[in-house]
Design a protein around this ligand. Structure first.
Ligand SMILES: Nc1ncnc2c1ncn2[C@@H]1O[C@H](COP(=O)(O)OP(=O)(O)OP(=O)(O)O)[C@@H](O)[C@H]1O
Length: 251
């Protein structure tokens, strides 16, 4: 068992959400998906967001990432309040300052692993830091797969390409939405270990939504939602401790 990652409480928060509420619809059919959520994510911390189905996990991640608007509250990435930005500014902010990892990998099928990893930097006309690229490719163990098309890679390898792509630009935060949802448990464990290592070795801030207590146990901290509210959190979690909290929340 690895020693728990020491979070740095003195590290400044990279993302700060204050008083976030999100209401879908209106009148009798209104659904309060987020209800006054205040939460911070410090630099280099790997945090999992958990909660029963419908508790607001996706809504929270979409709000944090500037993928969706909120009804009230603020979301700061560094000094920028995302809730004040127009669509075009949000698009640029997501491109330049946030990394994304999705359950479905989202690789372009006609590009090799290496081309997929480099694509966001090319689109943004950013120079690639060769030392960082080499390091990340090593960390995710893709050295001999770089020329392969996604269709010639296993699911775990494809997700490692997606992880490398998300990490390359050293974004201020990486959001991972059920990153192991399509993987068998061994590939899932590899991807989670890479996420954990990149938080530690690259001081990468990572926020992951997951249903899986084992996946959450790789994080430094797990925050729990119920009915759109932040109701609990666990630091240096074991899978058992996470499961225990979840069972109580679902009771
Ligand atoms: N576009 C939408 N329109 C109306 N209601 C929505 C919409 N998106 C989400 N909701 C509702 O908001 C609440 C929170 O949904 P959300 O998808 O954030 O939960 P979740 O915790 O991610 O769920 P799951 O674990 O099932 O993916 C739910 O009651 C859901 O039905």
């Amino acid at each position: 068992m690895a020693t728990p990652h020491q979070e740095h409480p003195q590290a400044p928060p990279v993302v700060i959400a204050r008083g976030l509420s999100k209401v879908y619809g209106s009148g009798d059919s209104a659904v309060r998906a987020l209800d006054n959520v205040t939460v911070e994510f410090t630099r280099g911390a790997f945090t999992a967001i958990m909660g029963p189905s419908g508790s607001g996990k996706s809504t929270l991640m979409h709000a944090l990432a500037g993928l969706d608007t909120v009804t009230s509250g603020t979301v700061h990435l560094g000094r920028t309040d995302l809730t004040q930005l127009k669509d075009k500014q949000l698009t640029l902010l997501r491109r330049d300052r946030i990394g994304f990892i999705f359950q479905s990998f989202n690789l372009l099928p006609m590009l090799t692993a290496q081309q997929n990893i480099l694509l966001p930097a090319q689109i943004a006309k950013r120079d690639t830091d060769q030392a960082r690229l080499d390091h990340i490719i090593n960390v995710v163990g893709l050295q001999d797969r770089l020329d392969h098309l996604p269709s010639k890679l296993s699911g775990g390898q494809q997700q490692r390409v997606a992880v490398a792509r998300a990490l390359l630009g050293a974004p201020e935060v990486v959001y991972a939405d059920e990153p192991t949802g399509n993987l068998d448990s061994r590939s899932g464990a590899e991807v989670l270990a890479f996420l954990r290592d990149s938080a530690r070795e690259l001081n990468q801030t990572i926020v992951m939504v997951t249903h899986d207590p084992v996946a959450a146990s790789y994080a430094d901290r797990v925050v729990f939602l119920r009915d759109g509210r932040l109701v609990d959190e666990v630091h240096s979690p074991s899978a058992e401790a996470v499961l225990d909290r979840l069972v109580k929340l679902e009771a």
